[in-house]
Design a protein around this ligand. Structure first.
Ligand SMILES: Cc1ncc(COP(=O)(O)O)c(C=O)c1O
Length: 450
């Protein structure tokens, strides 16, 4: 059992150590008078310790901060660097594009784009692809297509899901099962109930209830929730979801941005899912902004036949820099040479090793937490058994334990993902890196249990 008094004193000690170890990061943060929130993007304040570590260099799964400390990186830019930092084939392809060929962005296609689309089709099973620079944009554009094709105005999203800054998806279940705006949402454009119906993950009755209104264009779903801890689907849930969508004339969008950890074609391929639309972002450009959505032939035909679809001007789908030559070159190299089938085998084996290591510590110390694995990704949650819905997982959140564990790790050279207790394996991660985490996790837990 976690002893709250011990936790308090250990957390104070870790905060002090963090401050002693990272004076240069502190100095840069204090001097950032012209940055809103003192950081280039406000989420960067999520790192524990009161200010973020400043990046000096990064290669593979190693990061060095501006105070000269090296870290084993399990955060990997919250999946943006799943291919490892600056993977050599991606760097080479980017250099070739920028230095040798020239032309970073020209609003013109490059020859490599078809290879990338064909590879995404091979991985995820959908035949036709279009590119974006973020998963957020890919989701937004795909939702627009779905609304237009079905002639319906609502989206169904799962409570506590996250799909990027997509207005329709900042939703939780209200007291009477209605869609409620998620707390903290900044400047919502319209009341969420105008755009969204909500359901609980793993609760097919709540899905049926929402779809029965007959106004849902598309269900947007991660095949396992990953942004409120990992919530794995229970056996049969995703099949029931597909079947319910078919019966209600609703499309199914699977967002694989994080769940690509399950394998080269994400959960879609690993679990034989049949989405109408797949969205993928973050990892596929090796860190260079890249995203994509894939659609079925049937959907593509319907869009082409639609009398009012303006897809080549200001219809709300697409962006000036999307599919640019640099992004496409980075995707070509990353998908072709870094995030390969063989790399996934290595990463998933390490994900298993990580989850087993954590579980063995929890068992030895009789701590009522759980660890969930999704291929190359694993996450611990402060509840046992593992939560089965987003709402249950949200209730298991514990700020103090999370900050303590993050700081304990960072102070000893291991980075965990700030928004999660998540560890992601990349092609450069080794068994020794995973074992270092297990050893530190055991030490952190034993210092706070009585
Ligand atoms: C499942 C999922 N989809 C989409 C996004 C949005 O990605 P981005 O912020 O790169 O647009 C995220 C970000 O965390 C995500 O987890």
């Amino acid at each position: 059992m976690i002893d709250r008094h011990l936790l308090e004193s250990q957390l104070a000690a870790e905060r002090a150590t963090y401050a002693e170890r990272t004076p240069r990061s502190r100095e840069l943060f204090d001097a950032a008078d012209h940055l809103f929130g003192r950081v280039p993007m406000t989420w960067m304040n999520k790192w524990s310790g009161g200010y973020p570590l400043y990046l000096a260099t990064a290669r593979g799964n190693r990061i060095t901060d501006v105070d000269g400390h090296e870290y084993v990186d399990f955060a990997l830019g919250d999946t943006g660097a799943m291919a490892g930092h600056s993977p050599a084939p991606t760097v080479e392809a980017v250099r070739q594009r920028i230095e040798v060929e020239g032309g970073i962005t020209a609003m013109m296609p490059t020859a490599e784009a078809e290879w990338v689309a064909a590879d995404l089709a091979r991985r995820f099973g959908l035949p036709l692809w279009s590119f974006a620079l973020t998963a957020t944009d890919a989701n937004r554009w795909a939702l627009r297509l779905a609304r237009m094709l079905t002639g319906r105005d609502k989206v169904l999203a799962f409570s506590y899901c996250y799909h990027g800054s997509v207005d329709e998806t900042f939703v939780i279940t209200g007291d009477e099962g209605q869609a409620r705006l998620r707390e903290g949402n900044v400047g919502a454009p319209v009341p969420i109930e105008l755009t969204t119906r909500v359901a609980e993950f793993n609760d097919i009755d709540s899905v049926e209830h929402a779809l029965a209104h007959g106004d849902v264009a598309v269900v947007i779903a991660e095949p396992a929730l990953t942004n409120i801890g990992i919530v794995l689907p229970e056996p049969g849930f995703l099949e029931q979801l597909r079947e319910a969508c078919d019966r209600h004339g609703t499309l199914l969008l699977i967002d694989e941005t994080h769940t690509i950890s399950a394998g080269p074609g994400g959960c879609t391929r690993a679990w034989d899912l049949r989405p109408d639309i797949v969205v993928i972002g973050k990892s596929i450009g090796g860190g260079v902004p890249s995203g994509a959505y894939g659609i079925s032939q049937e959907l593509a035909n319907a869009v082409e036949d639609h009398p009012d679809a303006d897809l080549i001007d200001v219809g709300g789908v697409g962006g000036t820099l999307a599919g640019n030559a640099l992004s496409v070159a980075a995707m070509r190299a990353t998908l072709g040479e870094v995030l390969t089938d063989a790399a996934f085998e290595h990463m998933i084996a390490l994900g298993t090793r990580f989850a087993k290591g954590v579980q063995s510590v929890l068992d030895r110390h009789d701590v009522p937490w759980s660890v969930s694995q999704l291929g190359a990704r694993a996450e611990y949650r402060f509840a046992q058994p593992a939560p089965r819905t987003g709402s249950q997982s949200a209730a298991a959140h514990d700020d103090d334990i999370e900050e303590y564990l993050h700081l304990f790790m960072a102070n000893r050279g291991v980075l965990m993902t700030p928004f999660h207790n998540m560890a992601l394996m990349c092609p450069d991660t080794t068994a020794a890196d995973v074992d270092l985490h297990t050893t530190l996790f055991e030490e952190a837990v034993s210092r706070t249990t009585s």
